[in-house]
Design a binder for this molecule. Structure first.
Ligand code: ATP
Length: 357
Protein backbone atom coordinates (compact mmCIF):
# COMPACT_ATOMS: atom_id res chain seq x y z
CA UNK A 1 0.00 0.00 0.00
CA UNK A 2 1.15 3.51 -0.60
CA UNK A 3 0.67 7.17 0.15
CA UNK A 4 -0.54 8.85 -3.02
CA UNK A 5 0.50 12.42 -3.64
CA UNK A 6 -0.92 14.56 -6.45
CA UNK A 7 0.99 17.79 -7.03
CA UNK A 8 -0.21 20.59 -9.28
CA UNK A 9 -1.93 18.01 -11.41
CA UNK A 10 -3.79 19.32 -14.44
CA UNK A 11 -5.20 17.60 -17.48
CA UNK A 12 -6.53 18.62 -20.86
CA UNK A 13 -7.70 16.29 -23.63
CA UNK A 14 -6.55 18.92 -26.14
CA UNK A 15 -3.03 18.82 -27.57
CA UNK A 16 -2.60 22.57 -27.08
CA UNK A 17 -4.86 23.81 -24.32
CA UNK A 18 -5.17 27.58 -24.18
CA UNK A 19 -7.43 28.80 -21.39
CA UNK A 20 -8.62 27.29 -18.12
CA UNK A 21 -11.79 26.07 -19.89
CA UNK A 22 -9.70 23.68 -22.01
CA UNK A 23 -8.79 21.63 -18.91
CA UNK A 24 -11.08 18.71 -17.95
CA UNK A 25 -9.19 18.62 -14.66
CA UNK A 26 -8.21 22.00 -13.19
CA UNK A 27 -5.05 22.32 -11.09
CA UNK A 28 -5.18 20.13 -8.01
CA UNK A 29 -2.89 19.06 -5.18
CA UNK A 30 -3.92 16.33 -2.75
CA UNK A 31 -2.33 13.72 -0.53
CA UNK A 32 -4.01 10.40 0.15
CA UNK A 33 -2.62 8.62 3.22
CA UNK A 34 -1.57 5.01 3.16
CA UNK A 35 -4.49 2.84 4.27
CA UNK A 36 -7.16 5.55 4.01
CA UNK A 37 -10.70 5.17 2.64
CA UNK A 38 -11.40 7.96 0.18
CA UNK A 39 -14.31 8.86 -2.07
CA UNK A 40 -14.32 11.01 -5.16
CA UNK A 41 -17.79 12.50 -5.37
CA UNK A 42 -19.31 14.73 -8.01
CA UNK A 43 -21.90 14.99 -10.78
CA UNK A 44 -21.49 13.46 -14.22
CA UNK A 45 -18.77 15.17 -16.24
CA UNK A 46 -16.97 16.79 -13.27
CA UNK A 47 -13.72 14.94 -13.99
CA UNK A 48 -13.83 11.89 -11.67
CA UNK A 49 -12.91 9.34 -14.34
CA UNK A 50 -10.21 11.63 -15.71
CA UNK A 51 -8.60 11.80 -12.27
CA UNK A 52 -8.94 8.05 -11.77
CA UNK A 53 -7.36 7.34 -15.15
CA UNK A 54 -4.48 9.69 -14.34
CA UNK A 55 -3.82 7.80 -11.11
CA UNK A 56 -4.06 4.39 -12.76
CA UNK A 57 -1.84 5.41 -15.67
CA UNK A 58 -4.39 5.14 -18.48
CA UNK A 59 -3.81 8.86 -19.01
CA UNK A 60 -0.61 10.92 -18.72
CA UNK A 61 -1.13 14.31 -17.05
CA UNK A 62 -0.65 17.46 -19.10
CA UNK A 63 1.01 19.02 -16.05
CA UNK A 64 2.02 18.07 -12.53
CA UNK A 65 3.13 14.88 -10.82
CA UNK A 66 1.68 11.77 -9.22
CA UNK A 67 3.83 9.95 -6.70
CA UNK A 68 3.39 6.72 -4.73
CA UNK A 69 5.40 6.73 -1.49
CA UNK A 70 7.57 9.53 -2.84
CA UNK A 71 8.29 7.77 -6.17
CA UNK A 72 7.22 9.77 -9.22
CA UNK A 73 4.94 7.51 -11.28
CA UNK A 74 3.43 10.22 -13.53
CA UNK A 75 4.76 8.50 -16.63
CA UNK A 76 4.78 4.91 -15.42
CA UNK A 77 2.59 2.29 -17.16
CA UNK A 78 -0.53 0.95 -15.38
CA UNK A 79 1.33 -2.35 -14.73
CA UNK A 80 4.24 -0.53 -13.11
CA UNK A 81 1.83 1.31 -10.81
CA UNK A 82 0.46 -1.93 -9.45
CA UNK A 83 -3.13 -0.86 -8.90
CA UNK A 84 -6.30 -2.94 -8.61
CA UNK A 85 -9.45 -1.54 -10.22
CA UNK A 86 -13.08 -2.54 -9.80
CA UNK A 87 -15.36 -1.18 -12.49
CA UNK A 88 -19.11 -0.44 -12.83
CA UNK A 89 -19.69 -3.75 -14.56
CA UNK A 90 -18.30 -7.00 -13.19
CA UNK A 91 -15.09 -8.05 -14.95
CA UNK A 92 -15.09 -11.82 -14.57
CA UNK A 93 -14.67 -14.98 -16.63
CA UNK A 94 -18.11 -16.59 -16.88
CA UNK A 95 -16.78 -20.02 -17.85
CA UNK A 96 -14.44 -20.23 -14.86
CA UNK A 97 -15.43 -21.17 -11.33
CA UNK A 98 -15.62 -18.54 -8.62
CA UNK A 99 -12.37 -19.95 -7.17
CA UNK A 100 -10.50 -19.68 -10.47
CA UNK A 101 -11.78 -16.15 -10.99
CA UNK A 102 -10.43 -15.10 -7.60
CA UNK A 103 -7.18 -16.97 -8.15
CA UNK A 104 -6.60 -15.45 -11.60
CA UNK A 105 -4.73 -12.24 -10.60
CA UNK A 106 -2.40 -14.32 -8.38
CA UNK A 107 -1.78 -17.10 -10.95
CA UNK A 108 -0.99 -14.36 -13.46
CA UNK A 109 1.88 -13.29 -11.22
CA UNK A 110 3.17 -16.78 -10.61
CA UNK A 111 2.16 -17.01 -6.96
CA UNK A 112 2.53 -20.62 -5.65
CA UNK A 113 -0.76 -22.60 -5.53
CA UNK A 114 -0.62 -23.13 -1.75
CA UNK A 115 -0.41 -19.41 -1.17
CA UNK A 116 -3.21 -18.82 -3.71
CA UNK A 117 -5.43 -21.27 -1.86
CA UNK A 118 -4.91 -19.53 1.46
CA UNK A 119 -5.47 -16.10 -0.01
CA UNK A 120 -8.57 -17.05 -2.04
CA UNK A 121 -10.12 -18.75 1.02
CA UNK A 122 -9.54 -15.66 3.13
CA UNK A 123 -11.07 -13.30 0.57
CA UNK A 124 -14.00 -15.65 -0.16
CA UNK A 125 -14.70 -15.79 3.56
CA UNK A 126 -14.77 -11.99 3.82
CA UNK A 127 -17.13 -11.73 0.86
CA UNK A 128 -19.31 -14.67 1.89
CA UNK A 129 -18.46 -16.53 -1.32
CA UNK A 130 -17.04 -19.65 0.33
CA UNK A 131 -20.04 -21.84 -0.47
CA UNK A 132 -20.00 -20.85 -4.14
CA UNK A 133 -16.25 -21.32 -4.77
CA UNK A 134 -16.69 -24.39 -6.97
CA UNK A 135 -19.67 -22.97 -8.91
CA UNK A 136 -19.35 -21.50 -12.35
CA UNK A 137 -19.42 -17.70 -12.24
CA UNK A 138 -22.01 -17.60 -15.05
CA UNK A 139 -24.73 -18.83 -12.70
CA UNK A 140 -24.37 -15.96 -10.25
CA UNK A 141 -26.59 -12.90 -9.91
CA UNK A 142 -25.25 -9.42 -10.75
CA UNK A 143 -24.34 -8.72 -7.14
CA UNK A 144 -22.65 -12.12 -6.82
CA UNK A 145 -20.59 -11.34 -9.91
CA UNK A 146 -19.69 -7.90 -8.61
CA UNK A 147 -18.56 -9.51 -5.35
CA UNK A 148 -16.12 -11.58 -7.41
CA UNK A 149 -14.86 -8.38 -9.03
CA UNK A 150 -14.35 -6.91 -5.57
CA UNK A 151 -12.57 -10.10 -4.55
CA UNK A 152 -10.28 -9.95 -7.56
CA UNK A 153 -9.39 -6.39 -6.55
CA UNK A 154 -8.65 -7.43 -2.99
CA UNK A 155 -6.90 -10.74 -3.55
CA UNK A 156 -3.42 -9.42 -4.29
CA UNK A 157 -1.73 -8.34 -1.09
CA UNK A 158 0.90 -6.19 -2.85
CA UNK A 159 -1.20 -3.57 -4.71
CA UNK A 160 -0.58 0.13 -4.01
CA UNK A 161 -4.23 1.15 -4.10
CA UNK A 162 -7.64 -0.32 -4.95
CA UNK A 163 -9.89 1.95 -6.98
CA UNK A 164 -13.62 1.42 -7.28
CA UNK A 165 -15.38 3.19 -10.16
CA UNK A 166 -19.13 3.38 -9.40
CA UNK A 167 -19.06 -0.31 -8.35
CA UNK A 168 -22.71 -0.50 -7.27
CA UNK A 169 -24.28 0.73 -10.52
CA UNK A 170 -25.58 -2.69 -11.58
CA UNK A 171 -26.63 -3.82 -8.11
CA UNK A 172 -30.32 -4.03 -7.18
CA UNK A 173 -31.27 -1.10 -4.93
CA UNK A 174 -32.23 -3.37 -2.02
CA UNK A 175 -28.84 -5.11 -2.13
CA UNK A 176 -26.83 -1.92 -2.50
CA UNK A 177 -26.69 -1.19 1.19
CA UNK A 178 -25.42 -4.72 1.88
CA UNK A 179 -22.51 -4.41 -0.52
CA UNK A 180 -21.87 -0.86 0.68
CA UNK A 181 -21.48 -1.96 4.27
CA UNK A 182 -19.45 -4.96 3.11
CA UNK A 183 -16.99 -2.64 1.40
CA UNK A 184 -16.65 -0.53 4.52
CA UNK A 185 -16.06 -3.69 6.56
CA UNK A 186 -13.44 -4.86 4.04
CA UNK A 187 -11.60 -1.59 4.38
CA UNK A 188 -11.56 -1.87 8.16
CA UNK A 189 -10.30 -5.46 7.94
CA UNK A 190 -7.70 -5.05 5.21
CA UNK A 191 -6.57 -1.44 5.84
CA UNK A 192 -5.84 -0.99 2.14
CA UNK A 193 -5.75 2.43 0.51
CA UNK A 194 -9.08 2.60 -1.30
CA UNK A 195 -10.52 5.23 -3.62
CA UNK A 196 -14.21 4.99 -4.35
CA UNK A 197 -15.63 7.00 -7.24
CA UNK A 198 -19.32 7.84 -7.24
CA UNK A 199 -21.93 10.48 -7.94
CA UNK A 200 -24.03 9.16 -5.04
CA UNK A 201 -23.56 11.07 -1.77
CA UNK A 202 -24.85 8.19 0.39
CA UNK A 203 -22.28 5.81 -1.07
CA UNK A 204 -19.47 8.34 -0.62
CA UNK A 205 -20.40 9.38 2.90
CA UNK A 206 -20.93 5.86 4.21
CA UNK A 207 -17.74 4.46 2.69
CA UNK A 208 -15.12 7.15 3.07
CA UNK A 209 -13.24 8.75 5.95
CA UNK A 210 -12.39 11.59 3.57
CA UNK A 211 -14.56 12.69 0.67
CA UNK A 212 -13.16 14.72 -2.21
CA UNK A 213 -16.00 16.69 -3.79
CA UNK A 214 -15.50 17.74 -7.41
CA UNK A 215 -17.39 20.11 -9.66
CA UNK A 216 -16.54 21.38 -13.16
CA UNK A 217 -13.09 19.80 -13.13
CA UNK A 218 -12.17 21.27 -9.78
CA UNK A 219 -11.91 19.94 -6.21
CA UNK A 220 -14.28 22.14 -4.23
CA UNK A 221 -13.67 20.50 -0.86
CA UNK A 222 -11.85 17.54 0.63
CA UNK A 223 -13.00 16.68 4.11
CA UNK A 224 -14.66 14.25 6.47
CA UNK A 225 -18.41 13.68 6.03
CA UNK A 226 -18.98 15.85 9.13
CA UNK A 227 -16.86 18.70 7.77
CA UNK A 228 -18.77 18.60 4.48
CA UNK A 229 -22.01 18.71 6.36
CA UNK A 230 -21.16 21.30 9.00
CA UNK A 231 -18.80 23.56 7.08
CA UNK A 232 -19.42 23.32 3.34
CA UNK A 233 -16.62 25.42 1.85
CA UNK A 234 -18.54 26.08 -1.33
CA UNK A 235 -22.26 26.52 -1.98
CA UNK A 236 -21.96 23.60 -4.43
CA UNK A 237 -21.04 21.29 -1.53
CA UNK A 238 -23.96 22.72 0.44
CA UNK A 239 -26.35 21.85 -2.41
CA UNK A 240 -24.86 18.56 -3.49
CA UNK A 241 -24.52 17.03 -0.04
CA UNK A 242 -27.54 16.86 2.22
CA UNK A 243 -31.16 16.21 1.53
CA UNK A 244 -32.60 18.75 1.18
CA UNK A 245 -29.47 20.79 0.42
CA UNK A 246 -28.32 23.99 2.07
CA UNK A 247 -30.43 27.14 1.87
CA UNK A 248 -28.56 29.79 -0.10
CA UNK A 249 -29.95 33.33 0.21
CA UNK A 250 -28.51 36.33 -1.66
CA UNK A 251 -27.47 38.92 0.94
CA UNK A 252 -25.38 41.98 1.64
CA UNK A 253 -22.63 42.08 4.25
CA UNK A 254 -22.86 44.86 6.83
CA UNK A 255 -20.93 45.05 10.10
CA UNK A 256 -20.05 41.37 9.89
CA UNK A 257 -23.69 40.32 9.51
CA UNK A 258 -25.60 38.93 6.54
CA UNK A 259 -28.40 41.29 5.61
CA UNK A 260 -31.39 40.34 3.45
CA UNK A 261 -34.87 41.88 3.32
CA UNK A 262 -33.97 44.19 6.18
CA UNK A 263 -33.01 41.28 8.48
CA UNK A 264 -29.48 41.36 9.93
CA UNK A 265 -28.41 37.79 10.62
CA UNK A 266 -25.50 36.75 12.85
CA UNK A 267 -23.17 34.35 11.11
CA UNK A 268 -20.19 32.22 12.10
CA UNK A 269 -17.70 33.82 9.71
CA UNK A 270 -18.77 37.51 9.76
CA UNK A 271 -15.26 38.72 10.60
CA UNK A 272 -13.79 37.02 7.56
CA UNK A 273 -16.38 38.37 5.10
CA UNK A 274 -15.20 41.16 2.79
CA UNK A 275 -18.57 41.87 1.15
CA UNK A 276 -16.96 41.68 -2.28
CA UNK A 277 -18.29 39.67 -5.21
CA UNK A 278 -21.57 37.71 -5.15
CA UNK A 279 -22.48 37.48 -1.48
CA UNK A 280 -24.82 34.81 -0.13
CA UNK A 281 -25.90 33.46 3.23
CA UNK A 282 -25.77 29.66 3.51
CA UNK A 283 -27.51 27.67 6.23
CA UNK A 284 -28.57 24.03 6.16
CA UNK A 285 -32.24 23.18 6.92
CA UNK A 286 -30.97 21.26 9.98
CA UNK A 287 -29.74 24.56 11.48
CA UNK A 288 -32.94 26.58 10.95
CA UNK A 289 -35.64 26.55 13.61
CA UNK A 290 -39.02 28.09 14.29
CA UNK A 291 -38.83 30.95 16.83
CA UNK A 292 -41.19 33.36 18.56
CA UNK A 293 -39.30 36.32 17.11
CA UNK A 294 -36.48 36.83 14.63
CA UNK A 295 -36.48 36.44 10.87
CA UNK A 296 -39.98 36.93 9.46
CA UNK A 297 -41.23 34.11 7.25
CA UNK A 298 -44.35 32.38 6.00
CA UNK A 299 -44.90 28.63 5.80
CA UNK A 300 -45.73 27.68 2.23
CA UNK A 301 -45.48 23.87 2.15
CA UNK A 302 -44.91 20.92 4.40
CA UNK A 303 -43.84 17.49 3.19
CA UNK A 304 -43.30 14.28 5.07
CA UNK A 305 -39.85 12.71 4.85
CA UNK A 306 -40.28 9.80 7.23
CA UNK A 307 -38.77 10.62 10.61
CA UNK A 308 -39.06 14.36 10.03
CA UNK A 309 -41.01 16.88 8.01
CA UNK A 310 -39.56 19.36 5.53
CA UNK A 311 -41.08 22.78 6.06
CA UNK A 312 -40.71 25.23 3.19
CA UNK A 313 -41.01 28.85 4.16
CA UNK A 314 -40.70 32.08 2.24
CA UNK A 315 -38.76 34.88 3.88
CA UNK A 316 -38.57 38.25 2.12
CA UNK A 317 -39.06 36.50 -1.21
CA UNK A 318 -36.49 33.73 -0.57
CA UNK A 319 -37.22 30.05 -0.09
CA UNK A 320 -35.91 28.79 3.28
CA UNK A 321 -36.30 25.13 4.25
CA UNK A 322 -36.13 23.67 7.72
CA UNK A 323 -36.69 20.27 9.29
CA UNK A 324 -39.11 19.45 12.09
CA UNK A 325 -39.03 16.20 13.99
CA UNK A 326 -42.09 14.04 14.41
CA UNK A 327 -44.34 15.54 17.09
CA UNK A 328 -43.04 19.10 16.66
CA UNK A 329 -45.75 21.61 15.81
CA UNK A 330 -45.77 23.01 12.31
CA UNK A 331 -46.75 26.68 12.42
CA UNK A 332 -49.41 27.87 10.01
CA UNK A 333 -48.98 31.01 7.93
CA UNK A 334 -46.73 33.73 9.32
CA UNK A 335 -43.94 32.78 11.69
CA UNK A 336 -40.34 33.58 12.63
CA UNK A 337 -37.12 31.73 11.97
CA UNK A 338 -33.84 31.48 13.85
CA UNK A 339 -30.56 30.44 12.22
CA UNK A 340 -27.92 28.70 14.30
CA UNK A 341 -25.10 31.30 14.20
CA UNK A 342 -22.25 28.75 14.22
CA UNK A 343 -23.72 27.03 11.17
CA UNK A 344 -24.80 30.08 9.17
CA UNK A 345 -22.02 31.29 6.87
CA UNK A 346 -21.39 34.02 4.34
CA UNK A 347 -20.26 32.88 0.89
CA UNK A 348 -18.46 35.13 -1.57
CA UNK A 349 -18.56 34.11 -5.23
CA UNK A 350 -19.57 30.64 -4.05
CA UNK A 351 -16.71 30.16 -1.54
CA UNK A 352 -17.15 30.38 2.22
CA UNK A 353 -15.63 33.67 3.40
CA UNK A 354 -12.40 32.93 5.25
CA UNK A 355 -12.20 29.32 4.05
CA UNK A 356 -8.74 28.08 3.27
CA UNK A 357 -8.44 27.24 -0.43
P1 ATP B 1 -19.17 10.47 -15.46
O1 ATP B 1 -19.64 10.28 -14.04
O2 ATP B 1 -20.28 10.79 -16.42
O3 ATP B 1 -18.26 9.38 -15.93
P2 ATP B 1 -16.89 12.09 -14.77
O4 ATP B 1 -17.08 12.91 -13.56
O5 ATP B 1 -16.14 10.84 -14.63
O6 ATP B 1 -18.29 11.82 -15.46
P3 ATP B 1 -15.04 12.69 -16.90
O7 ATP B 1 -15.45 11.49 -17.69
O8 ATP B 1 -13.70 12.67 -16.27
O9 ATP B 1 -16.15 13.05 -15.82
O10 ATP B 1 -15.14 13.96 -17.87
C1 ATP B 1 -14.65 15.25 -17.52
C2 ATP B 1 -14.69 16.14 -18.76
O11 ATP B 1 -13.76 15.67 -19.72
C3 ATP B 1 -16.05 16.16 -19.45
O12 ATP B 1 -16.29 17.46 -19.91
C4 ATP B 1 -15.87 15.20 -20.60
O13 ATP B 1 -16.69 15.54 -21.69
C5 ATP B 1 -14.40 15.38 -20.96
N1 ATP B 1 -13.81 14.15 -21.49
C6 ATP B 1 -13.78 12.94 -20.89
N2 ATP B 1 -13.13 12.02 -21.65
C7 ATP B 1 -12.73 12.68 -22.76
C8 ATP B 1 -11.99 12.29 -23.94
N3 ATP B 1 -11.53 11.06 -24.10
N4 ATP B 1 -11.77 13.25 -24.86
C9 ATP B 1 -12.21 14.51 -24.70
N5 ATP B 1 -12.91 14.95 -23.62
C10 ATP B 1 -13.16 14.05 -22.66
Amino acid sequence: MAEIRLENLRHSYLAQPRGEEDYALKRLSLTWQDGGAYALLGPSGCGKTTLLNLISGLLTPTEGTISFDGRDVSRATPEERNIAQVFQFPVIYDTMTVYDNLAFPLRNRGVPEAEIKARVSEIAEMLELTRTLSNRASGLTADGKQKISLGRGLVRPDVNVIMFDEPLTVIDPHLKWQLRSKLKELHLKTKRTMIYVTHDQTEALTFADQVVVMNLGEVVQAGTPIELFERPQHTFVGHFIGSPGMNVIPCEVKGGKAVFGGEAVDVGNGEAATGRGRTELGVRPEFVSIASSGIAAEVVRVSDAGRYRIVETRSHGHLVKLLLKEGETVPEGRTFLAFDKAHAQIYEDGWMAGARR
